[in-house]
Design a protein around this ligand. Structure first.
Ligand code: SF4
Length: 148
């Protein structure tokens, strides 16, 4: 109950690298630094899909990662918002000719895509803020249904 109350207006983001070069992950880490300070918007970044409102996915989805990514998606609670970050996550990028699926949307549904190699931290934050209302609305609906 306390947890739900405190989380009412926060967004929890789980970062998953499906085989990229780490360049996009470094930009995500930069979002946490004082210059961008993603937490000022109530956005918290971690690696627990069971607590995530948003899955932030980097990398081209290697063949080894495909099944695992589906499993992680299944574990994620509704509304299961997925954001593909970077050229690799969008279409395979520089790994296109390798042992990769070649894009997150070939494995799970994607709500938003951020192009770039890598995208800027400001673009990553902007996109999370765009999808955040969907997560907040879903949480409020759940709380309302429970209270009725
Ligand atoms: S999009 Fe560019 S920076 Fe991001 S994982 Fe692919 S190669 Fe690396």
């Amino acid at each position: 109950m306390v947890k739900e109350f405190l989380r009412k207006r926060s967004i929890h983001v789980c970062v998953i690298n499906t085989g990229g070069c780490n360049g996009c992950d470094i930009e995500i880490v930069a979002c946490l630094a004082p210059r961008y300070d993603i937490e000022q918007y109530g956005i918290y970044v971690h690696n627990n899909p069971r607590e995530a409102d948003v899955l932030l996915i980097t990398g081209p989805v290697t063949l080894q990662w495909a099944e695992r990514l589906k499993e992680i998606y299944e574990k994620t609670p509704e509304p299961k918002i997925v954001v593909a970050v970077g050229a690799c996550a969008l279409s395979g990028g520089i790994f296109k000719e390798g042992h990769v699926v070649g894009g997150v949307d070939k494995v799970i549904p994607v709500d938003a895509k951020i192009p770039g190699c890598p995208p800027r931290p400001s673009e990553i934050i902007e996109t999370i803020l765009k999808v955040a209302p969907k997560a907040i609305a879903m949480r409020e609906k759940k709380l309302k249904n429970r209270d009725e």
